[in-house]
Design a protein around this ligand. Structure first.
Ligand SMILES: Cc1cc2nc3c(=O)[nH]c(=O)nc-3n(C[C@H](O)[C@H](O)[C@H](O)COP(=O)(O)O)c2cc1C
Ligand SMILES: [Fe+2]
Ligand SMILES: [Fe+2]
Length: 405
Protein backbone atom coordinates (compact mmCIF):
# COMPACT_ATOMS: atom_id res chain seq x y z
CA UNK A 1 0.00 0.00 0.00
CA UNK A 2 0.94 3.64 -0.38
CA UNK A 3 0.23 6.48 2.02
CA UNK A 4 -2.85 8.34 0.78
CA UNK A 5 -3.15 12.08 1.04
CA UNK A 6 -6.37 13.36 2.65
CA UNK A 7 -5.51 17.04 2.94
CA UNK A 8 -2.35 19.13 3.03
CA UNK A 9 0.11 17.29 5.29
CA UNK A 10 -2.54 14.77 6.38
CA UNK A 11 -2.23 11.16 5.22
CA UNK A 12 -3.97 7.85 5.71
CA UNK A 13 -1.49 5.06 6.51
CA UNK A 14 -3.33 1.76 6.16
CA UNK A 15 -2.89 -1.97 5.82
CA UNK A 16 -5.46 -4.56 4.72
CA UNK A 17 -6.03 -7.96 6.31
CA UNK A 18 -6.68 -10.12 3.25
CA UNK A 19 -6.34 -13.58 4.82
CA UNK A 20 -9.84 -15.04 4.43
CA UNK A 21 -9.24 -17.49 7.30
CA UNK A 22 -8.42 -14.67 9.74
CA UNK A 23 -11.24 -13.87 12.14
CA UNK A 24 -11.43 -10.35 13.51
CA UNK A 25 -11.17 -10.35 17.31
CA UNK A 26 -10.82 -14.12 16.88
CA UNK A 27 -14.56 -14.37 16.13
CA UNK A 28 -15.89 -12.39 13.18
CA UNK A 29 -15.38 -13.65 9.62
CA UNK A 30 -13.74 -11.37 7.07
CA UNK A 31 -14.73 -12.63 3.61
CA UNK A 32 -14.05 -9.14 2.28
CA UNK A 33 -11.05 -8.40 4.51
CA UNK A 34 -10.64 -5.34 6.69
CA UNK A 35 -8.40 -2.30 6.65
CA UNK A 36 -6.57 -1.01 9.68
CA UNK A 37 -6.16 2.74 9.32
CA UNK A 38 -3.81 5.13 11.05
CA UNK A 39 -3.37 8.80 10.18
CA UNK A 40 -0.31 10.99 9.90
CA UNK A 41 -0.20 14.75 10.36
CA UNK A 42 3.05 16.29 9.19
CA UNK A 43 3.76 19.57 10.94
CA UNK A 44 6.30 21.18 13.30
CA UNK A 45 5.41 18.21 15.43
CA UNK A 46 4.73 15.03 13.44
CA UNK A 47 1.79 13.11 14.80
CA UNK A 48 0.48 9.61 14.22
CA UNK A 49 -3.10 8.94 15.25
CA UNK A 50 -3.17 5.24 16.06
CA UNK A 51 -0.68 2.71 14.83
CA UNK A 52 -1.10 -0.83 13.52
CA UNK A 53 -1.31 -4.43 14.56
CA UNK A 54 1.92 -6.38 14.84
CA UNK A 55 0.99 -9.19 12.45
CA UNK A 56 2.08 -10.28 8.99
CA UNK A 57 4.35 -7.63 7.46
CA UNK A 58 2.24 -4.74 8.72
CA UNK A 59 4.99 -2.87 10.64
CA UNK A 60 7.29 -2.98 7.60
CA UNK A 61 4.49 -1.85 5.27
CA UNK A 62 3.55 0.90 7.73
CA UNK A 63 7.14 2.16 7.94
CA UNK A 64 7.38 2.21 4.14
CA UNK A 65 4.24 4.35 3.95
CA UNK A 66 5.75 6.87 6.35
CA UNK A 67 8.49 7.04 3.73
CA UNK A 68 5.87 8.04 1.12
CA UNK A 69 5.34 11.16 3.25
CA UNK A 70 9.13 11.65 3.47
CA UNK A 71 9.25 10.62 7.13
CA UNK A 72 10.60 7.68 9.07
CA UNK A 73 9.66 6.10 12.41
CA UNK A 74 12.31 8.23 14.14
CA UNK A 75 10.68 11.46 12.89
CA UNK A 76 7.40 10.94 14.76
CA UNK A 77 7.02 13.20 17.82
CA UNK A 78 3.58 12.14 19.07
CA UNK A 79 1.45 9.01 18.87
CA UNK A 80 -2.19 9.57 19.78
CA UNK A 81 -3.81 6.38 21.06
CA UNK A 82 -7.54 6.77 20.45
CA UNK A 83 -8.08 3.39 22.09
CA UNK A 84 -5.88 0.57 23.20
CA UNK A 85 -7.23 -2.42 21.27
CA UNK A 86 -4.21 -4.24 19.82
CA UNK A 87 -5.38 -3.95 16.20
CA UNK A 88 -4.21 -0.32 16.49
CA UNK A 89 -1.51 -0.54 19.15
CA UNK A 90 0.10 -3.96 18.66
CA UNK A 91 3.23 -2.43 17.18
CA UNK A 92 3.56 0.29 19.83
CA UNK A 93 6.10 -1.48 22.03
CA UNK A 94 8.53 -1.98 19.16
CA UNK A 95 7.78 1.49 17.80
CA UNK A 96 8.73 3.08 21.14
CA UNK A 97 11.90 1.01 21.24
CA UNK A 98 12.90 2.37 17.82
CA UNK A 99 11.85 5.94 18.55
CA UNK A 100 12.91 7.00 22.04
CA UNK A 101 11.60 10.58 21.77
CA UNK A 102 7.97 9.89 20.76
CA UNK A 103 5.39 10.79 23.41
CA UNK A 104 2.03 9.06 23.68
CA UNK A 105 -1.15 11.09 24.08
CA UNK A 106 -4.04 9.12 25.56
CA UNK A 107 -6.80 9.24 28.15
CA UNK A 108 -6.14 8.66 31.83
CA UNK A 109 -7.81 5.27 31.67
CA UNK A 110 -5.36 4.20 28.96
CA UNK A 111 -2.32 4.69 31.23
CA UNK A 112 -2.56 1.39 33.16
CA UNK A 113 -3.47 -0.37 29.92
CA UNK A 114 -0.33 0.96 28.23
CA UNK A 115 1.68 -0.38 31.14
CA UNK A 116 -0.06 -3.76 31.11
CA UNK A 117 -0.07 -4.40 27.36
CA UNK A 118 3.06 -2.55 26.24
CA UNK A 119 5.25 -2.04 29.30
CA UNK A 120 5.12 1.71 28.62
CA UNK A 121 5.54 3.91 31.70
CA UNK A 122 4.09 7.30 32.65
CA UNK A 123 7.32 9.07 31.64
CA UNK A 124 6.40 8.72 27.95
CA UNK A 125 2.72 9.58 28.32
CA UNK A 126 0.74 12.82 28.19
CA UNK A 127 -2.75 12.36 29.59
CA UNK A 128 -5.39 14.27 27.65
CA UNK A 129 -8.54 15.61 29.24
CA UNK A 130 -11.89 16.14 27.57
CA UNK A 131 -11.70 19.19 25.27
CA UNK A 132 -7.94 19.68 25.66
CA UNK A 133 -6.20 21.23 22.64
CA UNK A 134 -2.75 20.78 21.18
CA UNK A 135 -1.11 23.05 18.60
CA UNK A 136 1.21 21.31 16.18
CA UNK A 137 2.15 24.48 14.26
CA UNK A 138 -0.20 24.75 11.26
CA UNK A 139 -2.73 22.28 12.68
CA UNK A 140 -4.55 22.25 15.98
CA UNK A 141 -5.88 19.11 17.61
CA UNK A 142 -8.60 18.76 20.22
CA UNK A 143 -9.34 15.60 22.17
CA UNK A 144 -12.78 14.37 23.18
CA UNK A 145 -13.48 11.77 25.79
CA UNK A 146 -15.88 9.19 24.30
CA UNK A 147 -15.63 6.30 26.77
CA UNK A 148 -16.92 2.84 25.93
CA UNK A 149 -16.99 3.19 22.15
CA UNK A 150 -16.02 0.44 22.60
CA UNK A 151 -13.13 0.26 25.10
CA UNK A 152 -13.41 2.23 28.37
CA UNK A 153 -10.49 4.56 27.63
CA UNK A 154 -11.65 5.63 24.14
CA UNK A 155 -11.09 9.18 22.89
CA UNK A 156 -11.66 10.84 19.52
CA UNK A 157 -9.21 13.30 18.01
CA UNK A 158 -10.49 16.40 16.23
CA UNK A 159 -8.37 18.34 13.77
CA UNK A 160 -9.92 21.80 14.10
CA UNK A 161 -8.10 23.53 11.27
CA UNK A 162 -9.54 21.33 8.50
CA UNK A 163 -12.57 19.88 10.28
CA UNK A 164 -11.36 16.29 10.33
CA UNK A 165 -12.56 13.85 12.97
CA UNK A 166 -10.29 10.89 13.72
CA UNK A 167 -13.03 8.76 15.23
CA UNK A 168 -11.29 5.48 16.07
CA UNK A 169 -13.51 2.43 15.63
CA UNK A 170 -16.69 4.52 15.52
CA UNK A 171 -17.97 4.91 11.93
CA UNK A 172 -15.64 2.12 10.82
CA UNK A 173 -16.48 -0.82 8.61
CA UNK A 174 -15.20 -4.22 7.59
CA UNK A 175 -13.95 -4.60 4.04
CA UNK A 176 -10.49 -4.05 2.62
CA UNK A 177 -9.90 -0.68 1.02
CA UNK A 178 -7.86 -0.82 -2.19
CA UNK A 179 -5.07 1.72 -2.54
CA UNK A 180 -6.85 3.74 -5.23
CA UNK A 181 -10.12 4.08 -3.27
CA UNK A 182 -9.68 5.48 0.23
CA UNK A 183 -12.70 7.76 0.49
CA UNK A 184 -16.40 7.56 -0.32
CA UNK A 185 -15.88 10.32 -2.88
CA UNK A 186 -13.97 7.94 -5.13
CA UNK A 187 -16.30 4.93 -5.24
CA UNK A 188 -19.48 3.87 -7.00
CA UNK A 189 -22.81 4.07 -5.24
CA UNK A 190 -22.85 0.26 -5.12
CA UNK A 191 -19.43 0.11 -3.47
CA UNK A 192 -20.54 2.78 -0.99
CA UNK A 193 -23.54 0.60 -0.06
CA UNK A 194 -21.14 -2.31 0.47
CA UNK A 195 -19.10 -0.33 3.02
CA UNK A 196 -22.29 0.91 4.66
CA UNK A 197 -23.51 -2.69 5.01
CA UNK A 198 -20.16 -3.74 6.41
CA UNK A 199 -20.27 -0.76 8.81
CA UNK A 200 -23.61 -2.09 10.08
CA UNK A 201 -22.19 -5.59 10.57
CA UNK A 202 -19.16 -4.09 12.32
CA UNK A 203 -21.49 -2.10 14.56
CA UNK A 204 -23.62 -5.12 15.49
CA UNK A 205 -20.57 -7.31 16.15
CA UNK A 206 -18.32 -4.89 18.00
CA UNK A 207 -20.05 -1.69 19.07
CA UNK A 208 -23.72 -2.62 19.69
CA UNK A 209 -23.28 -3.54 23.35
CA UNK A 210 -22.20 0.05 23.99
CA UNK A 211 -25.06 1.80 22.21
CA UNK A 212 -25.91 4.08 25.14
CA UNK A 213 -22.30 5.34 25.11
CA UNK A 214 -22.46 5.75 21.32
CA UNK A 215 -25.45 8.09 21.66
CA UNK A 216 -23.56 10.15 24.27
CA UNK A 217 -20.50 10.28 22.02
CA UNK A 218 -22.58 11.42 19.04
CA UNK A 219 -24.09 14.22 21.13
CA UNK A 220 -20.58 15.39 21.94
CA UNK A 221 -19.39 15.55 18.33
CA UNK A 222 -22.70 16.72 16.86
CA UNK A 223 -21.82 20.37 17.45
CA UNK A 224 -18.62 20.12 15.38
CA UNK A 225 -18.54 21.24 11.78
CA UNK A 226 -17.24 17.91 10.51
CA UNK A 227 -15.90 17.95 6.94
CA UNK A 228 -14.20 14.53 6.94
CA UNK A 229 -14.47 11.47 9.18
CA UNK A 230 -11.39 9.27 9.37
CA UNK A 231 -12.23 6.00 11.14
CA UNK A 232 -9.72 3.34 12.10
CA UNK A 233 -11.29 0.77 9.74
CA UNK A 234 -12.76 1.11 6.26
CA UNK A 235 -13.16 4.12 4.03
CA UNK A 236 -12.78 7.78 4.88
CA UNK A 237 -16.20 9.49 4.91
CA UNK A 238 -15.44 12.61 2.92
CA UNK A 239 -18.34 13.11 0.55
CA UNK A 240 -21.28 13.08 2.97
CA UNK A 241 -19.89 12.54 6.49
CA UNK A 242 -23.24 13.45 8.05
CA UNK A 243 -24.78 10.28 6.60
CA UNK A 244 -22.64 7.85 8.56
CA UNK A 245 -23.23 9.87 11.73
CA UNK A 246 -27.00 9.63 11.14
CA UNK A 247 -26.66 5.89 10.42
CA UNK A 248 -24.85 5.49 13.74
CA UNK A 249 -27.57 7.42 15.53
CA UNK A 250 -30.13 5.06 14.01
CA UNK A 251 -28.10 1.93 14.86
CA UNK A 252 -27.49 3.05 18.44
CA UNK A 253 -31.20 3.87 18.77
CA UNK A 254 -32.13 0.23 18.10
CA UNK A 255 -30.43 -0.57 21.40
CA UNK A 256 -33.10 1.23 23.40
CA UNK A 257 -36.03 1.59 20.98
CA UNK A 258 -37.84 -0.39 18.28
CA UNK A 259 -36.16 -1.68 15.15
CA UNK A 260 -37.37 -1.51 11.56
CA UNK A 261 -40.72 -3.04 10.64
CA UNK A 262 -39.15 -6.19 9.30
CA UNK A 263 -38.30 -9.70 10.46
CA UNK A 264 -35.08 -11.65 10.82
CA UNK A 265 -35.84 -15.37 10.64
CA UNK A 266 -33.27 -17.92 11.82
CA UNK A 267 -33.82 -21.63 11.30
CA UNK A 268 -31.97 -24.85 12.02
CA UNK A 269 -33.08 -28.42 11.37
CA UNK A 270 -31.58 -31.92 11.56
CA UNK A 271 -33.92 -33.86 9.30
CA UNK A 272 -36.04 -31.23 7.57
CA UNK A 273 -39.20 -31.32 9.73
CA UNK A 274 -38.63 -27.83 11.09
CA UNK A 275 -37.29 -26.59 7.78
CA UNK A 276 -40.74 -27.18 6.25
CA UNK A 277 -42.08 -24.30 8.35
CA UNK A 278 -39.78 -21.71 6.78
CA UNK A 279 -41.66 -21.31 3.48
CA UNK A 280 -45.01 -21.07 5.24
CA UNK A 281 -43.67 -18.33 7.53
CA UNK A 282 -42.00 -16.26 4.81
CA UNK A 283 -45.15 -16.52 2.64
CA UNK A 284 -47.30 -15.33 5.55
CA UNK A 285 -44.99 -12.36 6.22
CA UNK A 286 -44.68 -11.36 2.57
CA UNK A 287 -48.46 -11.56 2.17
CA UNK A 288 -48.58 -8.77 4.75
CA UNK A 289 -45.79 -6.84 3.04
CA UNK A 290 -43.24 -7.41 5.79
CA UNK A 291 -39.64 -7.77 4.59
CA UNK A 292 -37.87 -10.84 5.96
CA UNK A 293 -34.23 -11.90 5.90
CA UNK A 294 -33.65 -15.64 6.36
CA UNK A 295 -30.60 -17.26 7.98
CA UNK A 296 -29.76 -20.94 8.38
CA UNK A 297 -27.72 -22.20 11.34
CA UNK A 298 -25.07 -23.39 11.69
CA UNK A 299 -24.28 -22.62 8.02
CA UNK A 300 -24.70 -18.85 8.28
CA UNK A 301 -22.27 -17.16 10.61
CA UNK A 302 -23.70 -15.46 13.68
CA UNK A 303 -21.85 -12.27 12.65
CA UNK A 304 -24.39 -11.74 9.84
CA UNK A 305 -27.36 -12.81 11.97
CA UNK A 306 -26.40 -10.19 14.57
CA UNK A 307 -26.22 -7.49 11.89
CA UNK A 308 -29.69 -8.34 10.61
CA UNK A 309 -31.38 -8.99 13.96
CA UNK A 310 -30.04 -5.77 15.50
CA UNK A 311 -32.11 -3.75 13.01
CA UNK A 312 -35.29 -5.87 12.93
CA UNK A 313 -38.29 -5.29 15.13
CA UNK A 314 -39.33 -8.95 14.73
CA UNK A 315 -37.30 -12.11 15.32
CA UNK A 316 -38.45 -15.63 14.44
CA UNK A 317 -36.55 -18.71 15.60
CA UNK A 318 -37.35 -22.12 14.10
CA UNK A 319 -35.55 -25.09 15.64
CA UNK A 320 -36.28 -28.62 16.84
CA UNK A 321 -35.75 -30.14 20.27
CA UNK A 322 -32.35 -31.75 20.75
CA UNK A 323 -31.47 -33.63 23.95
CA UNK A 324 -34.44 -32.04 25.78
CA UNK A 325 -33.22 -28.56 24.85
CA UNK A 326 -32.93 -26.22 21.86
CA UNK A 327 -31.04 -27.29 18.77
CA UNK A 328 -27.54 -26.26 20.01
CA UNK A 329 -26.50 -23.93 17.13
CA UNK A 330 -29.65 -21.89 17.80
CA UNK A 331 -28.86 -21.65 21.51
CA UNK A 332 -25.50 -20.21 20.49
CA UNK A 333 -27.15 -17.60 18.25
CA UNK A 334 -29.62 -16.51 20.92
CA UNK A 335 -26.84 -16.34 23.48
CA UNK A 336 -24.86 -14.01 21.16
CA UNK A 337 -27.90 -11.79 20.56
CA UNK A 338 -28.45 -11.43 24.29
CA UNK A 339 -24.76 -10.75 24.98
CA UNK A 340 -25.07 -7.75 22.63
CA UNK A 341 -27.88 -6.50 24.88
CA UNK A 342 -30.36 -6.79 22.08
CA UNK A 343 -33.69 -5.87 23.67
CA UNK A 344 -37.09 -4.55 22.57
CA UNK A 345 -37.77 -7.34 20.10
CA UNK A 346 -41.04 -9.02 19.18
CA UNK A 347 -40.33 -12.72 19.00
CA UNK A 348 -41.96 -15.89 17.64
CA UNK A 349 -40.60 -19.42 17.99
CA UNK A 350 -41.60 -22.74 16.40
CA UNK A 351 -40.21 -26.21 15.75
CA UNK A 352 -40.65 -29.95 15.59
CA UNK A 353 -40.06 -32.44 18.38
CA UNK A 354 -40.15 -36.24 18.62
CA UNK A 355 -40.78 -37.44 22.15
CA UNK A 356 -41.89 -34.96 24.81
CA UNK A 357 -40.21 -31.79 23.50
CA UNK A 358 -38.03 -29.49 25.60
CA UNK A 359 -36.86 -26.75 23.18
CA UNK A 360 -39.71 -24.40 24.04
CA UNK A 361 -39.05 -24.62 27.79
CA UNK A 362 -35.33 -24.09 27.21
CA UNK A 363 -36.09 -21.13 24.90
CA UNK A 364 -38.37 -19.46 27.45
CA UNK A 365 -35.84 -19.96 30.25
CA UNK A 366 -33.01 -18.52 28.18
CA UNK A 367 -34.97 -15.45 27.09
CA UNK A 368 -36.72 -14.81 30.40
CA UNK A 369 -34.68 -11.69 31.21
CA UNK A 370 -34.09 -10.65 27.61
CA UNK A 371 -36.58 -7.80 27.41
CA UNK A 372 -38.04 -9.59 24.38
CA UNK A 373 -41.78 -9.80 23.96
CA UNK A 374 -42.51 -13.43 23.17
CA UNK A 375 -45.56 -12.95 20.95
CA UNK A 376 -46.27 -16.54 20.05
CA UNK A 377 -44.98 -20.05 19.49
CA UNK A 378 -45.99 -23.29 17.79
CA UNK A 379 -44.71 -26.85 18.06
CA UNK A 380 -45.65 -30.07 16.30
CA UNK A 381 -44.71 -33.71 16.75
CA UNK A 382 -42.70 -35.16 13.86
CA UNK A 383 -43.69 -34.05 10.36
CA UNK A 384 -45.96 -31.06 9.70
CA UNK A 385 -49.51 -31.77 8.63
CA UNK A 386 -51.64 -29.51 6.46
CA UNK A 387 -53.37 -28.40 9.63
CA UNK A 388 -50.03 -27.47 11.19
CA UNK A 389 -49.22 -25.30 8.18
CA UNK A 390 -52.62 -23.59 8.46
CA UNK A 391 -52.22 -22.91 12.18
CA UNK A 392 -48.69 -21.63 11.71
CA UNK A 393 -49.81 -19.30 8.90
CA UNK A 394 -52.49 -17.84 11.15
CA UNK A 395 -50.15 -17.41 14.15
CA UNK A 396 -47.46 -15.77 12.03
CA UNK A 397 -50.10 -13.43 10.61
CA UNK A 398 -51.00 -12.36 14.15
CA UNK A 399 -47.31 -11.97 14.95
CA UNK A 400 -46.85 -9.82 11.83
CA UNK A 401 -49.50 -7.42 13.11
CA UNK A 402 -47.51 -7.02 16.33
CA UNK A 403 -44.27 -6.36 14.42
CA UNK A 404 -45.76 -3.44 12.50
CA UNK A 405 -47.94 -2.17 15.35
C1 LIG B 1 -29.84 -36.12 18.44
C2 LIG B 1 -31.32 -35.96 18.65
C3 LIG B 1 -31.80 -35.56 19.87
C4 LIG B 1 -33.17 -35.41 20.09
N1 LIG B 1 -33.62 -35.01 21.30
C5 LIG B 1 -34.97 -34.91 21.51
C6 LIG B 1 -35.51 -34.57 22.78
O1 LIG B 1 -34.79 -34.38 23.74
N2 LIG B 1 -36.84 -34.42 22.93
C7 LIG B 1 -37.70 -34.62 21.90
O2 LIG B 1 -38.91 -34.46 22.05
N3 LIG B 1 -37.25 -34.97 20.68
C8 LIG B 1 -35.90 -35.12 20.47
N4 LIG B 1 -35.42 -35.49 19.24
C9 LIG B 1 -36.37 -35.68 18.15
C10 LIG B 1 -36.40 -34.48 17.23
O3 LIG B 1 -36.77 -33.31 17.94
C11 LIG B 1 -37.40 -34.75 16.11
O4 LIG B 1 -36.87 -35.81 15.32
C12 LIG B 1 -37.69 -33.54 15.23
O5 LIG B 1 -38.67 -33.88 14.28
C13 LIG B 1 -36.44 -33.09 14.48
O6 LIG B 1 -36.77 -31.98 13.72
P1 LIG B 1 -35.91 -31.65 12.39
O7 LIG B 1 -36.28 -32.63 11.34
O8 LIG B 1 -36.28 -30.26 12.07
O9 LIG B 1 -34.46 -31.80 12.76
C14 LIG B 1 -34.06 -35.66 19.03
C15 LIG B 1 -33.56 -36.07 17.79
C16 LIG B 1 -32.20 -36.20 17.60
C17 LIG B 1 -31.71 -36.64 16.25
FE1 LIG C 1 -11.51 -1.55 18.80
FE1 LIG D 1 -10.31 -1.42 15.69
Amino acid sequence: MNAQKIADDIYRIAVNIEDRDYRFEGIWPLPNGISINAYLIRDEKNVLIDLTQDIMDFPRDFSAQLGDASLSVEDIDIVVVNHMEPDHTGWLREFCARNSKAVIYCSEKAVPLLAAFMGIGAGRIVVVTDGMTLSLGRHELQFFSTPNIHWPETIMTWERTRGILFSGDAFGSYGSVPADVMSDGRITAERRRFYLDEARRYYANIVATFSASVLKGIEKIARLDIRIICPSHGIVWQERPGEIVEEYRRLAGYGSGPGEREVTLVWGSMYGNTEKAVGTITDALRARGIPVRVFHVPADDVSYILASAWRSNGLIFCMPTYDYQMFPPMAHVIDELLRKRMRNKKVFRCGSYGWVGGAQKDFLAMTEKSGWEICGSYEWKGAMTGQDHGTLRRLVGEFADRVIA
